[in-house]
Design a protein around this ligand. Sequence first.
Ligand code: HPA
Ligand code: ZN
Length: 348
Amino acid sequence: MTMTAASTFVLPADLDAFIVGLPKAELHLHIEGSLEPELMFALAARNSVAIPYASVEDVRAAYAFSNLQDFLDIYYAGASVLLVRQDFHDLAMAYFERAHADGVRHAELMFDPQTHTDRGVPFADVIEGLLSAMAEAEARFGITSALILSFLRHLSEEAAFETLAMAEPWLDRIAAVGLDSSEVGHPPAKFERVFAAARAKGLKITAHAGEEGPPAYVHEALDLLNVDRIDHGNRALEDEALVARLVAEEMTLTVCPLSNHKLCVVDDLADHPLDRMLALGLKATINSDDPAYFGGYVADNYRAVAAARGLSREALATCARHSFTGSFLPEAAVAKHLAAIEAFVPES
Ligand code: HPA
Ligand code: ZN
């Protein structure tokens, strides 16, 4: 499998080495969004699925988005090549190889079961393919990982309940539930009961909020879904009282700089609010979201904000610390990773 070109974010070599070497967790990654065009073509051929592209270059040329929905239409179409257990395994292994190269020690993978079960792919094949790759990644690379089952918010709450029921036999293998897809018009309130049911089953909670949706959606995620963290959260910055609350509650935000740029949440990376979030005391982290579609994996997201906003090593290390304190890892594992960061920072 050919890899995409090396990073387009050119930094001084020592800063680049610092970013890659820094122990980090990735908390906001849609595994379906790590489907590189090369693998899309290989799976389309293996599964005899027709895709509307003539070449890998053709696929990449289609990745110009002016908003979230533009992207989602292409992302769901791309996922149609994923049909059997081995496909999900291969998809996740390709991600773990990239994550390992980027210095990721722990990854929390979102997956969208409804994107697959609605096409007739059994839930068991989706999750067993991912789980076998997660075991292989731990054995080969020492990367630990967890699964976040994400509900598609453009579908009904009833459909989310059906998905939660399908997951029942694997609940001990799932860390959390999440909420993704088209945000505006689908507020967290729509899913209050299914998140309460998931919480009652012992699952953690995360939700996309404030990517395109207003600060009110972030309030709802806190008040109605009882989230353990917020995915994106950019628009919380429009509401001073909300920022104060997120700071007081030490709420982790899983920020995705390249995604924000590609989906026009920020017009220019030079205006990205990551360092402002840190200055306000928010627990911001750096993540890739859908790396195959947005132009880079987690280290590229660190590079991009470092280059565009001049983030210091200390600020980058703070984001890495937040990635572990905001993870769903047990306390002892968090402490081990934090110690690894403290050992790495002075020697680098
Ligand atoms: N936002 C919302 N839903 C998504 C995204 C995103 O960035 N990526 C995959 N599903
Ligand atoms: Zn996302």
